[in-house]
Design a protein around this ligand. Structure first.
Ligand SMILES: *Cc1c(COP(=O)(O)O)cnc(C)c1O
Length: 371
């Protein structure tokens, strides 16, 4: 309202090129079983939290933090096996993507996004003034082959090509030959978003050393149990990191964030120990789902599954929420009108999801609602 009254008097308004964009956020709903945003259900162990508390106590909060985040980048370099000069971190991988697009996209440049994929890619491209080239591929019905990918990427010829692997929300990783085809065909920067790298194959980190124009963006928000910290990073060639210095804000990573990252990465083995169980649970949930009438589940290299019941996704979402289970309705994504997404949680959470969904599907089948 305040904004409207100012607008009326002074014609102050949101940039015209952003006027059609709605605000992005997963619905913030409290439910006993939250399987809607792909975090890890297991928290940070008490002894690691206590160590972090002690480290925070020692911080000089009256001083600006290290603008280069040396200790954090050294810890990330160790964790990912990449040279420190090619490692850069920011507040979540979303901020890393924003910095990459500020530096390599922007006015007069084009960014390719292959839908359906992570919604933030298109949004960040537009917010940075980059011209968005949105290509739609029916991923659920027809996975992209290397030659499909090469043709698509070459025909658009964007300055920035975004490639999400494993892809959110469909879950499939790009095979090595697809990633290689993308890297070979792209005339500009290739950004591989590998937020789910720890859960499967196809995260492409080795490509960064083979191709100067390829970067891999990763995060502590998923496998490392630290979504609340807001910490993401990029593995790149040092010249890319130099370019990011031009657009980053001074002291963008707080002392608290830096120390949290260093402490957590010091326990990376322990924090990622759930990954094997998560993978095992993913396959258990998949096979259980596939036994339900009319269910289809896509292969996944991540910590979530994309599935179709034959019922309207909104109905599935509402019926599960009524049973205390929150999932993601992804039916507004191009070509995914019939699909839903569920995060793999603890075995107990997964059981609650499975029994709730079984109830919903059987109720619909007995009413003749499903095909
Ligand atoms: C969850 C997710 C991220 C994580 O973003 P952060 O800002 O690091 O929390 C990035 N990319 C994809 C594809 C995701 O699904």
């Amino acid at each position: 309202m305040g904004q409207r009254s100012v607008a009326a008097q002074r014609s102050v308004r949101l940039r015209d090129d952003l006027a059609d964009i709605s605000v992005y956020a997963a619905p913030w709903i409290d439910a006993p079983v939250r399987l809607n945003t792909n975090e890890t259900s297991w928290g940070v162990p008490d002894e690691v939290r206590a160590e972090l508390a002690r480290a925070v106590e020692r911080l000089d909060l009256h001083r600006y933090p290290d603008p280069e985040a040396h200790a954090l980048r050294a810890a990330l370099a160790r964790y990912s096996g990449h040279e420190i000069a090619g490692v850069w971190a920011a507040n979540g991988s979303n901020e890393v993507l924003q910095q990459l697009l500020m530096a390599f996209g922007g006015a007069g440049r084009t960014c390719l996004v292959v839908e359906p994929t992570y919604a933030m890619h298109a949004r960040i491209a537009r917010a940075t003034g980059t011209t968005l080239r949105r290509e739609v591929w029916p991923r659920a019905e027809r996975p992209l082959t290397a030659s499909d990918a090469a043709e698509l990427v070459a025909s658009v010829g964007a300055q920035v090509t975004m490639w999400c692997s494993p892809n959110n929300p469909t879950g499939e990783a790009a095979s090595p030959d697809v990633l290689e085809a993308v890297c070979e065909a792209a005339p500009g920067l290739v950004i591989i978003d590998a937020a789910y790298a720890e859960f499967g194959e196809g995260a492409g980190a080795a490509l960064v050393n083979r191709y100067e124009h390829v970067v891999v963006v990763r995060t502590l928000s998923k496998a490392l149990r630290a979504a609340g910290v807001r910490l993401g990073y990029v593995l790149a060639q040092p010249w890319v990191v130099d370019a990011l210095h031009v657009v980053r804000l001074p002291y963008h990573l707080s002392a608290l964030t830096q120390v949290a990252g260093v402490t957590l990465l010091g326990h990376a083995d322990q924090l990622t120990r759930h990954v094997a169980l998560t993978q095992q649970e993913r396959e258990r949930v998949r096979t259980t789902l596939e036994r339900l009438p009319g269910l289809r589940v896509l292969p996944s290299d991540a910590n979530f599954l994309c599935f179709r019941t034959g019922l309207a996704p909104r109905e599935v979402f509402d019926q599960l929420l009524a049973r205390g289970v929150l999932i993601r309705d992804i039916s507004s994504y191009p070509t995914l009108e019939d699909w839903s997404r569920v995060t793999i949680g603890t075995p107990d959470e997964n059981d609650q999801f499975l029994s709730a969904l079984t109830e919903v599907v059987h109720a619909a089948t007995s009413q003749g609602g499903a095909r």
